[in-house]
Every structure is written in structure tokens, then in C-alpha cells.
Design a protein around this ligand. Structure first.
Ligand code: GLP
Length: 251
């Protein structure tokens, strides 16, 4: 796991957007895995800016979102489809038929989950999966004790997250992405970040499964890095990162 500590939340968002912009330019047909939450908003704003100002072209890009609430469609203000429309989809030139979200309105939810996995496979897999992290260490809506081998399925959220059912990519789905980039900032995330990076791999901290992923970059601000025991080491590694690796990774 590569941990990059940046001075501010804005820097975190800019770094993530640079990574995505680089991929989109080098592979106009790339498949992006997208996340929701407050954390991702500045990152999406930066992608929108890159589209408008630098002409970043999403016309052949395919996207798959991590999760959606069961029963909620785009008409509902709380749906993730609405979030994505407002923050990204209607602001860049993504083709609507290439923006995929789990279907929260499906009559047969189980079939919809299987179809989602199949659609990801048919698209050639996810090249880059963006992630946030819950304060309890969840990724997507994979709450603590989620199977580390899980694929897209229905979950019941913990009361702390929200009292609802959701469809979420599984941890196994996320681990199959070629690259993962997880963003976190603010003191509320510091404990989860430390347990994800430096704790044991455990279903109690679903994000810790990313330790098993061969190419994960964790972008954090100083506050979210506040409980990392090896912070000085991560800073050193990043400071001394060879130019060719920076070029390859976009960060
Ligand atoms: C929700 C989402 C996650 C997200 C998390 C953190 O649970 N399903 O994908 O990472 O919230 O959200 P925030 O970025 O608002 O802290």
C-alpha cells in the first residue's frame, strides 16, 4: 500500500483528479470505479474543471459506482444516482449509457447484483477504483464483518451509517480492480486510516483488505494521517520516489 500524506484536503482531491486525468488521457476507453460521500465532492469538482478548462474528454469512459440504496431511484434526492448526476455526470461529457450504478429499483435485486458483476466483467474490469472510507473502516457499503471475498450484493447498514438496505460492490469486487485510490481527510478518519494501513487484515475493518491489493494508493491529509505510526517513513518514501514511478503513477 502506498500512503501519500498531503498538506490539505484540497491537495488530496487535486492528486486524485490528476491520477484520473492521466488515466483518461492515456486510455480514453478506461473503466472507472466511482464513489460517493462528502470526501469525493472536491475531487469531482476538479474533474469538472479539467473537463471545462483543459478539455478532459470522458466520451469513451465507462463508470461503475460502488453502491446505491435499495428502493431509491434518481428522482430521490438521497439516491447516489442523484449525487452522481449533480456532482459529475451532468457536468462532463460521460455518455449516460456508460455510467453504471447498482439498480436500487430492480424488482429482482439479487439478479440485479449478479448483472452488475457481469457488466463489470463485460467492460473488461475496473481500471481504477476510487474509494472513501467510513469512520468505522467500511468501504463502499461493506460494513464491519463483511466477507473479504464478497461481490455485489444487498446489505443492511449499521444504524450508525443509516437505517437502510443497500446494494454494494463487495470487497472481492473492489480487490479485482487493477488499481485502487482511497481518499480520506479530516480527524474523524484518522483512526480508520491507521487501522486500514497498519492494523491486521480483518473483516472488522473492511478497508484493511486493501493490504492484499497489489496497487493501492492512499491519499490523506495531515489530519487523517494523524494516527499513522509510520508517517515519517511514508513521507520519506514519497519524497524519494523515483521520477519514473511518479510519472507512471501520476502522483
Ligand atoms: C458512505 C459511502 C462510502 C463512503 C463513506 C464515507 O458509507 N457508501 O462509499 O466512503 O460514506 O463518506 P464521507 O466521504 O461522506 O465521509
Amino acid at each position: 500500500m502506498e500512503v501519500i500524506i498531503l498538506p490539505s484536503a484540497t491537495e488530496v482531491a487535486l492528486a486524485a483528479a490528476r491520477i484520473v486525468a492521466r488515466l483518461v488521457r492515456s486510455n480514453p476507453h478506461a473503466v472507472l470505479g466511482l464513489a460517493t460521500g462528502e470526501t469525493q465532492k472536491r475531487f469531482y469538482a476538479e474533474l469538472v474543471r479539467a473537463h471545462r478548462v483543459e478539455g478532459l474528454d470522458f466520451s469513451d469512459i465507462t463508470t461503475f459506482n460502488l453502491d446505491e440504496y435499495v428502493g431509491l431511484g434518481e428522482a430521490h434526492a438521497g439516491s447516489y444516482r442523484r449525487y452522481m448526476r449533480e456532482n459529475l455526470f451532468r457536468r462532463v461529457n460521460l455518455r449516460p449509457d456508460r455510467t453504471h450504478m447498482p439498480d436500487g429499483r430492480a424488482a429482482d435485486v439479487e439478479a440485479a447484483c449478479a448483472a452488475y458483476e457481469e457488466a463489470i466483467r463485460a467492460a473488461g474490469g475496473i481500471d481504477l477504483q476510487l474509494l472513501g472510507i467510513g469512520a468505522d473502516g467500511h468501504i463502499g457499503f461493506n460494513e464491519p464483518t463483511s466477507s473479504l471475498a464478497s461481490h455485489t450484493r444487498v446489505k443492511t447498514l449499521t444504524a450508525a451509517t443509516l437505517d437502510h438496505h443497500v446494494i454494494t460492490m463487495g470487497i472481492g469486487t473492489i480487490l479485482e480492480a487493477k488499481r485502487c485510490v482511497l481518499l480520506a481527510f479530516g480527524p474523524r478518519k484518522a483512526g480508520a486510516v491507521a487501522r486500514m494501513v497498519e492494523g491486521p487484515v480483518t473483516a472488522l475493518v473492511p478497508a484493511s483488505a486493501l493490504q492484499l491489493h497489489p496497487e493501492t494508493t492512499v491519499l490523506v491529509d495531515e489530519e487523517a494521517a494523524g494516527q499513522l505510526a509510520l508517517a515519517a517513513y511514508y513521507r520519506d518514501v514519497h519524497r524519494n520516489k523515483p521520477a519514473w514511478q511518479r510519472e507512471r503513477d501520476g502522483v
